[in-house]
Design a protein around this ligand. Structure first.
Ligand SMILES: C[S@@+](CC[C@H](N)C(=O)[O-])C[C@H]1O[C@@H](n2cnc3c(N)ncnc32)[C@H](O)[C@@H]1O
Length: 385
């Protein structure tokens, strides 16, 4: 198991003192027990108790995620698991917040040359982000107390490290590394002069691109002001110049044909049926001719396995991820085509890594086709030259 001490220190990170770390260690360990031990036991309960009872009552095994949910919902072990899961999630945030409230971040010693630009005062973040505390993070992504407030960013940075059991790596950047390195191998000659990361949060994935294309100018856009202020401090402290901008990925402030590469990482599943096509259209508008769009996120549901889908849908039912369920049924290539990309310029793949297993509710990754369907899915599209 990873350790809470392994997260890379930097000027913005507020891990707190001894008592904070003890509380964070407890939350981290409980989360690991829930995902690594309790969660897999659901399958045993399902196979040995729930499915046979459902079969006896109805004459057939559960055939849909809804039928699996109906059977599991009545089982006392599953109810215990759900309550432990939700409690461990809430404990993550409550173990992190006191250190952030008390802490004072330090200034980076040598500025890296990035910037942060907030939207005009009348900016309204999209309701699918502002109306709900996604992943149960108190206040959500858009919490902002003004005047240099960075709290949402500091809470997110430490909280995600604990939440993902450290599997995102010491820099919380496993998904960005996965995407950037996949793109580099897929398009070996591609060397973007500038890159825009939509829904960049505190820049976890954005910074990974500096390792692959060190000469590229990096931009990150998000709707959360406090995330961006913190992201700016973090990027400067880590010596990577990034230009952060507050805005809505559906209609950004950049002119047409501004970027060689427009990306997003684990963002689209948090948007909405209406917003997602608008974001892909915006990507098309923002790209220079020949430019590349790259999104990495959860894969489509494997409809041949109703139990796996049922388990995944728990993110919507119990972790404040309203769009997760619907997102995973969308044909992204078809949406990209409607956004203006030519059919033969659209490519996709499924990528695996340790972080994927955690994100997929610890479904064990066997080296077979079914496991491949459970990696992270990448959508690549190139604008006509
Ligand atoms: C799960 S976080 C991922 C953050 C980051 N991409 C990463 O890899 O660490 C999703 C982010 O998308 C942002 N987001 C979602 N919809 C957005 C939109 N329409 N405009 C701007 N940001 C958005 C949220 O504010 C949040 O920071």
């Amino acid at each position: 198991m990873k350790n809470i001490a392994d997260q890379t220190d930097h000027a913005g990170l507020l891990k707190g003192g001894h008592d904070d770390r003890a509380a964070q260690d407890f939350a981290f360990t409980l989360r690991n027990i829930v995902t690594s031990d309790l969660m897999p036991a659901n399958r045993v309960v399902y196979d040995r108790r729930v499915a046979p009872a459902f079969r006896r009552a109805t004459g057939a095994a559960p055939a849909t995620p809804a039928q699996v949910r109906q059977g599991m919902g009545a089982d006392s072990w599953y109810k215990f698991y759900l309550s432990a899961r939700r409690t461990s999630q809430e404990l993550i945030w409550s173990s992190v917040i006191p250190a952030v409230e008390r802490g004072t971040p330090t200034a980076p010693t040598a500025p890296a040359g990035g910037s942060v630009t907030l939207a005009p005062a009348d900016f309204v973040p999209p309701r699918y982000i502002s109306a709900i505390d996604i992943h149960c993070m108190p206040g959500g992504y858009c919490a902002d107390r003004g005047d240099g407030d960075e709290a949402a960013g500091a809470v997110y940075d430490r909280g995600v490290y604990l939440y993902m059991s450290g599997l995102m790596g010491p820099m919380n950047d496993a998904v960005g590394q996965l995407a950037a390195r996949w793109l580099q191998s897929r398009l070996p000659g591609f060397a973007p002069a500038n890159i825009l990361d939509l829904g960049c949060g505190v820049g976890h994935s954005t910074l990974a691109y500096a390792g692959v294309w060190p000469d590229a100018e990096l931009h990150g856009l998000d709707c959360g002001a406090a995330l961006l202020r913190y992201g700016h401090r973090r990027a400067e402290a880590l010596g990577v110049p990034v230009h952060f901008q507050q805005g809505d990925a559906e209609h950004t402030p950049y002119p047409d044909a501004s970027f060689d590469l427009v990306t997003s990482h684990i963002v689209l599943h948090e948007t909405s049926t209406r917003a997602l096509p608008a974001i892909l259209k915006e990507c098309h508008r923002l790209l220079k001719p020949g430019g590349v769009m790259l999104h990495i996120d959860q894969p489509r549901f494997d409809d041949s396995d109703p139990y796996a889908t049922f388990l995944q849908e728990n993110e919507t039912y119990y972790n404040n991820e309203p769009f997760w369920r619907q997102y995973r049924r969308i044909d992204l290539a078809a949406v990209a085509e409607k956004a203006g990309f030519a059919t033969d310029a659209i490519d996709s793949d499924i990528l695996s890594a340790a972080v994927v297993q955690q994100s997929q509710n610890n479904e064990k990754a066997a080296p077979d086709a079914a496991a491949r369907k459970r990696g992270f899915s990448v959508l690549l599209a190139r604008k006509s030259a």
